[in-house]
Design a protein around this ligand. Structure first.
Ligand code: 6GU
Length: 228
């Protein structure tokens, strides 16, 4: 799986791409991430990438030409990439969408938008627009990293124990059951007896029930819902 990211801030990716799950997946050759610095495709002496909005208004708008040139360079290197614009105006990401993104061969091309907006004509160069939730970030860089991590987890071999993926993929979205580890008692709170008894059928039933209750209480919007 190959990820290409078009961004004005390639440095922002250094540590997230070198640590943890993503770092391991890169070292193992399971994924690769290619950063395309938008500044390299900027216009004129100042490598300009944005300009004032036609019609007036505050802020700057990203010009289409540098983005088009960066997309061309990425797609020349890897034809067939699924092209995504990261913007709060996109479809909201969820696990079902992550699973679909993981199916895209040879990989994803992610545009991290910045400033107050992107020229509307850039939308015609993309296959999909995605947001990671209903709040505002300064740019799409963190959203790109969210997508890279969520998709990388689904690449075979990237997650240490594949059993932890299996449970998620069987059902629609529910919250996890409560987990406990040592010690048996912490500040007066005891681990539920059922988990110490070793009756695996009983443990499974207890966990299912806890997950169901917790989902109903905290995320009623997920109840009865299939993967969307
Ligand atoms: Cl993809 N970009 C920005 N700028 N803000 C966001 C977002 C993306 N998703 C949620 N908020």
């Amino acid at each position: 799986m190959e990820f290409h990211v078009v961004t004005l801030f390639p440095d922002l990716f250094d540590s997230p791409l070198s640590c943890g799950l993503i770092g391991r997946a890169i070292k193992a050759g399971l994924i690769s991430v290619v950063l395309h610095s938008l500044r390299n495709y900027g216009l004129g002496r100042y490598r300009q990438v944005d300009d004032t909005p036609y019609g007036g208004g505050h802020g700057m708008v990203m010009r289409p030409e540098p983005i088009a040139a960066a997309f061309d360079a990425a797609l020349e290197r890897r034809p067939g990439l699924w092209r995504i614009i990261l913007t709060p105006q996109g479809e909201v990401l969820n696990q079902a969408k992550v699973e679909r993104l993981a199916q895209h061969k040879p990989g994803l091309l992610l545009l991290a938008g910045r400033y107050e907006g992107i020229d509307e004509r850039v939308r015609t160069m993309a296959d999909q627009e995605l947001s990671i939730g209903d709040y505002v970030l300064a740019g799409g860089e963190l959203a790109a990293l969210v997508i890279i991590e969520a998709v990388t987890r689904l690449v075979p071999g990237a997650v240490g124990n594949p059993e932890s993926l299996k449970e998620e993929s069987l059902s629609g979205p529910t919250l996890e059951y409560p987990q406990y580890t040592k010690p048996r008692e912490f500040r007066g709170q005891r681990v539920p007896d059922v988990l110490l008894g070793g009756d695996h059928q009983k443990i499974r039933a207890w966990r299912d029930e806890q997950a169901r209750k917790r989902t109903a209480q905290r995320r009623p919007d997920l109840v009865g819902k299939d993967k969307a």
